[in-house]
Design a protein around this ligand. Structure first.
Ligand code: 5CA
Length: 158
């Protein structure tokens, strides 16, 4: 097996630190978007985990929302749950807060501890696929494992 790129290896290391035997795969095809990732691994788009970084409006904190590739996050709704409005993080904010570039943001191995919410619709699938640090890297996991690695609270994001 060929070596992983630095960002993908960072995700692999983070998974191993959590005691999980999940394997990051680097693919020849782009997995930059949920649709591309679903095509590359041969699953439904709803089984793709989007790791989206938002910024809180007043305090400028990052919030990670891991959501199904089939869903669009209702920012107003999540802002109500959080108690502070959120907006989409800029590309710079995402890189600064997570250490990952957009299209490769993983739900684990982030630079800082980040408040996390999990889309309840992801729990309907036996297997899901998440980005692993680059727009060509993914790993397969279960919803239980997603809960474990993120420590996130499960909510409806719609
Ligand atoms: N690797 C895939 C599937 S695992 C992936 O990372 N998908 S994603 O949905 O989590 O990441 C792409 C997301 O980045 C888009 O849905 C969008 O919310 C966000 N995004 C794309 N371009 C920008 C941009 N210029 N600024 C801020 N966010 C962006």
């Amino acid at each position: 097996m060929s070596r992983l790129s630095n960002s993908a290896q960072r995700v692999q290391d983070a998974l191993e630190e959590q005691g999980l035997t999940l394997a990051v795969m680097e693919l020849p095809e782009s997995t930059r978007t949920a649709l591309e990732a679903a095509e590359a691994v041969g699953c439904q788009v709803g089984q793709i985990v989007k790791s989206l970084i938002f910024e809180t409006q007043d305090t400028g904190r990052p919030v990670l929302i891991v959501t199904s590739g089939a869903n669009r996050v209702n920012e107003e709704r999540v802002g109500e749950i959080l108690g502070e409005a959120i907006r989409t993080g800029s590309a710079n904010f995402v890189r600064e807060e997570t250490g990952f570039a957009i299209g490769g943001v993983a739900p684990v191995g982030l630079k800082k501890e980040t408040l996390t919410y999990i889309d309840e619709d992801l729990l309907a699938h036996e297997e899901i696929w998440a980005a692993a640090g680059t727009p060509y890297a993914v790993f397969k996991l279960t919803p239980e494992e997603l809960k474990q690695i993120t420590g996130g609270r499960v909510i409806s994001v719609l």
